[in-house]
Design a protein around this ligand. Structure first.
Ligand SMILES: C[S@@+](CC[C@H](N)C(=O)[O-])C[C@H]1O[C@@H](n2cnc3c(N)ncnc32)[C@H](O)[C@@H]1O
Length: 283
């Protein structure tokens, strides 16, 4: 996990659910209610402290929990243990929560397919190479009627060194290119923007059955597609770095007039560092 700039670590708040976790659970509820499905495989990528799982008991009856095979992956051992403990208190059909560094994801769950994949508030922690791979990998490992739900923040509430945040427009651009790579169908993309009390978030969902995706073809072109997609993400990030650089030059030479401009410039310094570092690592 990246380091927050202040000392408050992400704190678990089991008594209050965040809207992104509620949104994920609503997707899950729709899938679990399918009378033709007795097994629902849910993969929570970067599960952290398992926030959605902490609230599952309240919103899904035990009989329905019993359809869910929960798979959680995270690089932090203590989070994994925490989520395993919570899973053991639920009536899940099965659970498999383990330490996985996402750069190794292709060697895990080799032939496994999932009905639901969540990537909640993790995108900003991924370098462009892992981001490219994880999105393509998730599509490949989704059942044909499966859904991917992704949420993150445009600006972090607690700034983190090395974090790359995206605006909803940047995500839309990235998805447009991704869909062009994997399907011949015209991309249908809604990247929602969510106003929260102190920041703004974005989210999108992807339903595989809306696109004619040939898994065999996707598997064959997997490495090539990741490389192409990585180049696209790299280009978008290079443009972002150029924009942040211009803003910093302008503030350095002309100063700022409002607190908002000062705040934007402070955030631009962090963005500048994160983008420069990520782009240098690609080379
Ligand atoms: C901000 S937390 C979000 C956790 C959870 N999804 C939620 O919504 O509460 C991001 C999580 O992603 C994990 N993570 C970041 N980079 C990772 C990587 N390369 N491989 C595996 N996990 C990673 C971190 O350890 C952290 O737990």
């Amino acid at each position: 996990m990246l380091n927050p700039l202040n000392d408050s670590k992400a704190v678990s708040k089991p008594d209050r659910i965040l809207s992104q976790h509620q949104a994920a659970l609503n997707h899950l509820i729709t899938i679990v209610q399918n009378p033709d499905k007795d097994d629902v495989n849910w993969l929570d990528i970067g599960c952290g402290q398992g926030h959605p799982i902490l609230h599952l008991d309240n919103c899904i009856d035990e009989d329905f929990q019993n359809k869910i095979n929960y798979f959680g992956v995270d690089l932090k051992q203590d989070y994994v243990q925490m989520v395993r403990k919570k899973c053991s208190q639920l009536n899940l059909k099965s659970n498999d929560v383990k330490v996985v560094e996402l750069s190794n994801i292709s060697s895990k769950f080799i032939d496994k397919k999932f009905d639901f994949i969540t990537l909640i508030n993790i995108i900003h922690e991924l370098n462009p190479r892992i981001l490219s791979e994880i999105l393509i990998w998730s599509i490949l490992h989704l059942n044909n009627d499966g859904v991917i739900y992704v949420h993150d923040l445009e600006k972090l509430e607690k700034p983190e060194f090395g974090a790359i945040t995206y605006t909803n427009n940047e995500i839309r651009k990235i998805l447009n290119e991704l869909y062009k790579l994997i399907t011949d169908k015209t991309p249908q993309i809604i990247v929602s923007k969510w106003k929260y009390s102190t920041t703004t978030g974005w989210s999108f969902s992807f339903k595989k059955s809306y696109y004619d995706i040939d898994d065999k073809k996707l598997k064959k072109s997997y490495d090539k597609d990741i490389k192409t997609f990585e180049k696209i993400v790299e280009k978008i990030l290079s443009e972002k770095l150029e924009m942040k650089t211009k803003l910093l030059i302008s503030v350095t030479e002309d100063g700022y007039e409002t607190d908002e401009e000062k705040n934007d410039a402070d955030l631009a310094i962090l963005d500048f560092w994160a983008l420069k570092r990520a782009l240098e690592k690609i080379k």
